[in-house]
Design a protein around this ligand. Structure first.
Ligand SMILES: Cc1ncc(COP(=O)(O)O)c(C=O)c1O
Length: 433
């Protein structure tokens, strides 16, 4: 790839002639990129093969010993809450006590569905939501598209809430929760939020924990801590313990926590966890018993033996593989776009995603330019309910799965496309005056 085009200061300070010359050079570079037969992909928020290989020792670790610490034969039916050592593993990951955790099957997303469905049709923290008028979920944006899909699939309407560097815009959340009784839940990804990478501030966590006090009956905080231990720096930055804050506020029944080993061990064969108050766990266990006689305890035992007490060591190894990809994105975007004032991007210290903000109404254009040059990006808008970002300015990058050199090449094309789309827009705006 050629060196970045040098430019001092914001592009908006350029004359039309300077912009036009720059557009010609960027177009020339773009044509070269389009002719290079690239096939790159920054959409896949999943571990790379060498990350998965960090857990290959799971295979065979039991070596014929299927007995859990409490004497359970894990090969047999039963044990809906999970074996003790798997619950302890979930507690280690989620910062809870083992008695506050159910260790279940492979996916935490299934547990989120179960929780929302239970609240809707049977009642979790009070009466069933369905007993009253249609309900609404508060969805921080940009956010995790599968939260939106799940919510929509259950017929729940969604209200987008802006994200700040400290978490969701809590003034707005509190105002809505207090004024609108149809608001029944808030989605949260509190650490290395998908996709902005922010960590909720202690004040935000405390305010979130108090929400069920201020909300209508049955309100739930859905605390999806999918990236609880997915740090790049050690010792890792802290996250306030939401369940302890809820216990202080007397709102424990209104906070449900989720986590999994999906991005610690095998994304397709991990262990999912749900945490909460005794009431929450009792009610969820009762619903689980309708669906299954027990989760995969053999897998739970494998995970406990492999990861128990050494989660941080495992995450250091993940971090060593993942961090260089994030650093490459930061370096290339800074070198190519720094100071031009046409984009902003996050610099997460963990998790799986980088968020890039383009100038307003340019994200789709950038995604489409990149696609034509052989770089697949997540569709603009995917980070918003209904796939619609009203400002069309957010692009989510997921660099973990691609090889290091692919991440670099894809980011260089992305930067080129952002600058090209921005120069064209600035020129068009200037000429329309
Ligand atoms: C915020 C968030 N929650 C949950 C999941 C999926 O979790 P699981 O594999 O445990 O179902 C993901 C996966 O990308 C995620 O980003």
């Amino acid at each position: 790839m050629t060196a970045p085009l040098r430019h001092d200061g914001a592009l908006s300070g350029s004359t039309d002639a300077e912009l036009a010359a720059r557009e010609r050079e960027l177009e020339r570079r773009y044509r070269v990129a389009c002719g290079s037969n690239l096939d790159l992909d920054l959409t896949r928020g999943k571990p790379s093969a060498d990350q998965l290989a960090l857990s290959d020792a799971l295979d065979g670790i039991l070596d014929g010993d299927y007995t859990a610490s409490d004497g359970t034969d894990t090969r047999n039916y039963g044990g809906l809450r999970g074996i003790p050592e798997a619950r302890a593993l979930g507690a280690e990951i989620m910062g809870l006590r083992p008695d506050q955790v159910i260790a279940a099957g492979n996916s935490s997303l299934t547990l989120m569905y179960l929780t929302v469905d239970t609240a809707l049709r049977h009642g979790l923290n009070g009466a069933a939501w369905d007993d009253g008028p249609p309900v609404r979920a508060l969805c921080p944006v940009p956010g995790y598209d599968r939260h939106f899909t799940l919510t929509e699939a259950l017929g729940i309407r969604m209200t987008p809430i802006g994200m700040t560097g400290d978490g969701p815009d809590m003034d707005r959340v509190e105002a809505l929760v207090e004024s609108d009784p149809s608001v029944k839940c808030l989605w949260c990804v509190p650490k290395y939020s998908n996709p902005t990478g922010c960590i909720y501030s202690p004040d935000t966590v405390r305010r979130v924990a108090r929400l069920p006090q201020r909300a209508s009956e049955g309100f739930l905080v859905l605390w999806d801590n999918a990236y609880a231990v997915h740090d790049f720096d050690f010792p890792p930055p802290p996250l306030e313990n939401v369940l302890e804050c809820a216990a202080e506020a007397g709102t424990e029944d209104g906070v449900v926590l989720f986590g999994s080993t999906s991005k610690i061990s095998f994304a397709g064969a991990g262990v999912g966890f749900v945490g909460g108050s005794p009431n929450t766990l009792d009610r969820l266990e009762a619903r689980m018993s309708v669906m299954t006689v027990g989760h995969d305890k053999v897998n739970q035992l494998r995970h406990a033996r492999f990861l128990g007490g050494r989660v941080r060591e495992q995450m250091r190894a993940h971090g060593a593989r993942v961090r260089p990809k994030f650093e490459a994105i930061e370096r290339i975007l800074s070198e190519s776009l720094g100071g031009l004032d046409v984009a902003a991007w996050t610099r997460p210290r963990g998790g799986y995603f980088v968020t890039v903000n383009t100038l307003p109404h340019l994200a789709s254009e950038v995604v489409s330019l990149a696609g034509a040059a052989g770089v697949t990006l997540t569709p603009a808008g995917a980070t918003h309910p209904g796939g619609h970002d009203p400002e069309d300015h957010i692009i989510r990058l997921a660099p973990t799965f691609a090889a290091d050199d692919e991440v670099e090449a894809a980011t260089e094309i992305l930067a080129l496309c952002i600058e090209l789309a921005s120069v064209r827009k600035l020129l068009a705006t200037s000429r329309a005056k």
